[in-house]
Design a protein around this ligand. Structure first.
Ligand SMILES: *[C@@H]1O[C@H](CO)[C@@H](O)[C@H](O)[C@H]1NC(C)=O
Length: 267
């Protein structure tokens, strides 16, 4: 009896010691979004391969990203403001399904695909119920919800990410109407290092489980005052590569840049 208890406890102990880091991480992830919501680098339409954008003015297509991506070096901060849209069920959609889209700003995720420091807002519709979530993510980890902020259609929201190093930084969402904000600080121990090669303003068809969620008709998202810090100077989106969403051979978005704004329209 004593003998087997000793064996049991030492083997439990050994298991616990070996498993602790992973288990903690999994538990944290399971508590993330019930469905393991995750942004992902852009895919080449119809594949699971990452679309590495080239620095071109021509529009390029992916199955999950629309918007503008700056390609360069030394991007340490990205921000923009946008008005939260009311998502609609796409034409031909089912009222039994939930349709979503997300607007976010981020660093990396394209020509650097090892990490994305990002923050944004998801908008979803099922039948006539609309819901919103504000989140932060350091890809390849999942997204985590901000608490203490409850988003509604028409809110003017400022999104910003700041990298203090390739493994630390902050994600902030501010309500521009009243100045209130929520911030998450990443203090290291992240799953991937930033390269500071990309600054982007994106509307995404994000993943839940391991597939893209049915994509909502989000109307129009305009990222205004779109800025990135590149070394010591602040740059706008001009010169960014445009990307649009194509699914099942259909182009679903139209992105454009005008002055300091990036506009993504559902078409
Ligand atoms: C933003 O502020 C406005 C004005 O106080 C308020 O009505 C709205 O609910 C706030 N939204 C968020 C996301 O905090």
């Amino acid at each position: 009896m004593k003998f087997s208890t000793a064996i049991l406890s030492s083997s439990l102990l050994a298991t616990a010691v070996l498993a602790a880091p992973l288990t903690d991480k999994r538990q944290a992830r399971n508590m993330a979004r019930s469905s393991n919501r995750q942004s992902h680098p852009p895919y080449i339409p119809g594949t699971n391969e990452i679309l590495h954008l080239s620095k071109t003015s021509h529009e390029q297509y992916s199955s999950n990203w629309a918007g503008a991506v700056l390609i360069g070096t030394g991007y340490k901060a990205v921000s923009a403001e946008f008005t939260v849209p009311t998502p609609k069920r796409p034409s031909g959609g089912s009222k039994h399904k939930q349709y979503c889209a997300s607007a976010w700003v981020g660093i990396d995720g394209d020509t650097c695909s090892s990490a994305i420091l990002q923050t944004g807002v998801d908008f979803c519709i099922q039948d006539s119920t609309v819901s919103y979530d504000a989140w932060y993510e350091w890809y390849p980890d999942y997204a985590y919800d901000f608490s203490g902020i409850s988003i509604s259609a028409g809110d003017v929201i400022k999104l910003s990410v700041d990298a203090s190093s390739d493994t630390t930084g902050t994600a902030t969402i501010e309500n521009v109407s009243n100045g209130e904000s929520v911030t998450h600080t990443f203090t290291g121990g992240v799953d991937g290092d930033l390269c500071e090669y990309n600054a982007e303003w994106i509307v995404e068809d994000f993943e839940s489980g391991s597939s893209l969620v049915p994509f909502a008709d989000f109307g129009t998202v305009t990222f205004s005052n779109a800025e990135a810090t590149d070394g010591s100077s602040t740059v706008g989106p001009s010169g960014a590569t445009l990307i649009d969403i194509e699914q099942n051979n259909e182009v679903l978005t139209s992105s454009s840049i005008s002055g300091s704004s990036v506009t993504v329209e559902y078409v």
